[in-house]
Ligand binder design. Structure first.
Ligand SMILES: CC(=O)SCCNC(=O)CCNC(=O)[C@H](O)C(C)(C)COP(=O)(O)OP(=O)(O)OC[C@H]1O[C@@H](n2cnc3c(N)ncnc32)[C@H](O)[C@@H]1OP(=O)(O)O
Ligand SMILES: O=C([O-])CC(=O)C(=O)O
Length: 376
């Protein structure tokens, strides 16, 4: 077979244009629709960022108020979703529970059952807002059920971030903690052609429906090389225990060729543009919670691993401990990422639909040569 120029993992391959976001590893920057993500994280409610990703512009105060009203009205779960969440095995991973609940939401959408209904792009914005509003209620209910607690109904007097925490914990943390959560949602919302967004776009490119594309995105996000890393970061921090254990733990982990979760990135090689903002948010929680042990462990693992390998933390490294300090179970961290990233996924699904070409790359065959079944 002639040698082929294979780009394993599509590394370095530019497959399409996007106007949703720009990831620039040279300047270590990330723009959503032209705006630096740090500026959005410093100033905007998550609802405004979702609006920006879908519409291409930040909302005016009147547009934001109208969107908030729409989103708040869509928060309560259908009885059939509640029943599904109560009957699925509590031992299942929350990513699988949330994926299944989102898949079921697609079956409630009557337009999907009608001929041509699912390819009507005019309906996709409404579907995106519906998923955006439903996901916090689903994730909070999954978290509570893990603890043997009844779900808490959404409150329409609270914004997205405060309501999410209210539905999860039945009380509101400090304003500063709510703001840390908001910042994490903004930073997780969008990141160009990452693996889950690309998955969603591949599904959209077949002119499948938006729910199917989001379900596919969730499947791709679950893996620890992608979104599942925020959960995995907390598992390794628990495994290491304290800062003094970092060096022997790293000696062993690297000898065993383990990947150190929360470090490295396909695009950023000199550090992730979002980490300084999320680390500053984590510092607020570390100070509030009085956990110098966790702060030391965080700093020592980063110091030692960067010194050895020159591989820097990605967004999952500060997000994992931040979600831990907010009180979430470790297994809920990646579902939180779903709730944020559904904004980016759906913006990309709509962009794909608006200028579609079926995504179907080629492969080079390296299996056995042609052969024949005996007697054929
Ligand atoms: C929100 C997000 O999805 S961000 C990513 C979250 N994922 C993680 O944190 C998981 C840990 N990190 C990784 O596995 C990788 O860095 C990835 C998958 C994110 C990026 O991988 P790639 O761009 O394919 O880099 P690649 O795997 O080629 O790494 C280059 C070298 O660095 C090593 N390396 C990269 N990341 C790590 C890591 N976290 N721990 C140990 N070694 C690493 C690789 O083993 C490889 O070494 P080699 O050349 O000796 O084989
Ligand atoms: O861009 C990537 O490959 C992964 C990532 O950081 C993200 O999806 O936020």
């Amino acid at each position: 077979m002639a040698e082929q120029d294979i780009k394993k993992g599509l590394a370095g391959v530019v497959v399409d244009y996007t106007a949703v976001s720009k990831v620039n590893p040279e300047t270590n920057s990330l723009l959503y629709r032209g705006y630096p993500v740090q500026e959005l994280a410093a100033t905007q409610p998550f609802e405004a960022v979702a609006y920006l990703l879908w519409h291409g512009e930040l909302p005016t105060p009147a547009q934001l108020a109208e969107f908030e009203q729409q989103e708040r009205a869509l928060r309560p779960l259908d009885e059939r979703t509640k029943a599904l969440l109560e009957t699925m095995p509590v031992s299942a991973h929350p990513m699988d529970l949330v994926r299944t609940a989102v898949s079921q939401l697609g079956t409630f959408d009557e337009t999907l059952g009608q001929p041509g209904g699912w390819t009507d792009a005019n309906l996709d914005l409404g579907r995106s807002i519906y998923l955006f509003a439903q996901l916090p209620t689903i994730v909070a209910a999954v978290q509570r059920r893990r603890r043997g607690l009844e779900p808490i109904e959404p409150r329409d007097d609270l914004d997205y971030s405060a309501n999410f925490l209210w539905m999860t914990f039945g009380e509101l943390p400090s304003k500063a903690a709510i703001d840390v959560f908001r910042v994490s949602m903004v930073l997780y919302a969008e990141h160009s052609f990452n693996a889950s967004t690309f998955t969603a776009r591949v599904i959209a490119s077949t002119t499948s429906d938006l729910y199917s594309a989001v379900v596919g995105g969730i499947g791709a996000l679950k893996g620890p090389l992608h979104g599942g890393a925020n959960e995995a970061v907390m598992h390794i921090m628990t495994e290491i225990g304290t800062a003094e254990n970092v060096t022997p733990w790293l000696d062993k982990a690297l000898a065993e060729k383990r990947k150190i979760m929360g470090f490295g990135h396909r695009v950023y090689k000199q550090g992730d543009s979002r980490v300084p903002t999320m680390k500053a948010a984590l510092d607020v929680l570390l100070a509030e919670s009085g956990r110098p042990d966790l702060a030391e462990l965080y700093a020592e693992l980063e110091r030692d691993f960067v010194a050895r390998k020159g591989i820097y933390p990605n967004l999952d490294y500060p997000s994992g401990p931040a979600y831990h300090l907010l009180g979430f179970d470790t297994e809920i961290f990646t579902p939180l990422f779903i709730a944020a990233r559904v904004t980016g996924w759906t913006a990309h699904i709509m962009e794909q639909a608006a200028a579609n070409a079926l995504i179907r790359p080629l492969s080079a065959y390296n299996g056995v040569d042609e052969r024949h079944v005996a007697g054929a």
